[in-house]
Design a protein around this ligand. Structure first.
Ligand code: HPA
Ligand code: ZN
Length: 326
């Protein structure tokens, strides 16, 4: 069997996916038309040409601008359903999707709008595609602690729909320590905790995510490889890392997929998973991330299987559901 078919047939979970980052330019134009929103681009081609990033902030500026077309419950539902269909075609059986409520509430879109649209799509994904899913509410780390606490308070009516909280947006200068009380409160509410750490930020941010935020997973974690004591800690704890190869390439976290840290991470005994992060912006969904990494970095099929297994064992499914989906 060829590599592409092998990867598609490999049952996998996706654990690091920003739903707003799955907004394809075609849907962006359709929603702009539907909602009478003016876009700063004339064509889909012009949008794609603008996706040439030097770092995380370059990307975030355009990602938040794109999200402005999301106005109604139906918009969020269409967005998420389009993602689930693509993920399903790549062999994804389970997806834990991030959303950024502050990106929407700060422009007057009520929390309920995103929550109802995403929830409707999650229900359809389960029924029509057999793809299970969970929702993770991310706090924007460039905003302050009070805003994150207020967002957590606003989410209280939907705690039955939210599995966990995460931390995303501009990393450098916004350490995990800024959100200790937010994550404490989320933990006390029974929510799982994850945080982006070590994408652009130093290994110290990964230590902080572990020790101060008490995370259940680290999102990215690439720069942990600079600190041998941290690598040992992550390996000993069996901490899942949600790594995103094409994102790392597009945001210049790595200069060449052939030198991606995943092979070294696996050698060090880390529990690595492969994910797409923001697939509409970074050039590929999860299958493409597996394929491009395997081809460029010489990751063999046994290692791909190991990472696909890690995606289930590191998920927030209960043990019986993990076993059923493996
Ligand atoms: N890093 C940080 N914040 C984000 C990302 C990312 O890759 N994608 C969407 N928000
Ligand atoms: Zn991310």
């Amino acid at each position: 069997m060829g590599l592409a078919d092998f990867i598609t047939r490999l049952p996998k979970a996706e654990l690091h996916l920003h739903i707003e980052g799955s907004l394809e330019p075609e849907l962006m134009f359709e929603l702009a038309r539907r909602n009478h929103v003016a876009l700063p681009f004339k064509s889909v081609e012009e949008v794609r040409a603008a996706y040439d990033f030097s770092n995380l902030q370059d990307f975030l500026d355009i990602y938040y601008a794109g999200a402005d077309v999301l106005r109604t419950e139906e918009d969020f539902q269409d967005l998420a359903l389009a993602y689930f269909r693509r993920a399903h075609a790549d062999g994804v059986r389970h997806a834990e999707i991030f959303f950024d409520p502050q990106t929407h509430t700060d422009r007057g879109i009520p929390m309920q709008t995103a929550m109802d649209g995403l929830w409707a799509a999650m229900g359809e994904a389960g029924e029509e595609l057999g793809v299970s899913s969970r929702l993770i509410l991310c706090f924007l780390r460039h905003l302050d602690e009070a805003a994150a606490l207020e967002t957590l308070r606003q989410a209280e009516p939907w705690l039955d729909r939210i599995t966990g909280v995460g931390l995303d947006s501009s990393e450098v200068g916004h350490p995990p320590s800024k959100f200790v009380r937010v994550f404490e409160r989320a933990g006390a509410m029974g929510l799982k905790r994850v945080a982006h750490a070590g994408e652009e930020g130093p290994p110290d941010y990964v230590w902080q995510a572990l020790d101060l935020l008490k995370v259940d997973r680290i999102d990215h974690g690439n720069r942990a490889m600079e600190d041998p004591a941290l690598v040992r800690r992550l390996a000993e704890e069996g901490m899942t890392l949600t790594v995103c190869p094409l994102s790392n390439l597009k945001l210049c976290v790595v200069d060449d997929l052939a030198r991606h840290p995943i092979p070294a991470m696996l050698d060090a005994g880390l529990k690595v998973t492969i994910n797409s992060d923001d697939p509409a912006y970074f050039g590929g969904y999860v299958g493409e991330n597996y394929r491009r990494l395997a081809e460029a970095a010489g990751v063999d099929r046994a290692a791909l299987v190991e990472m696909a297994r890690n995606s289930f064992t590191g998920s927030f499914l209960n043990e019986a559901d993990k076993a059923r989906r493996l």
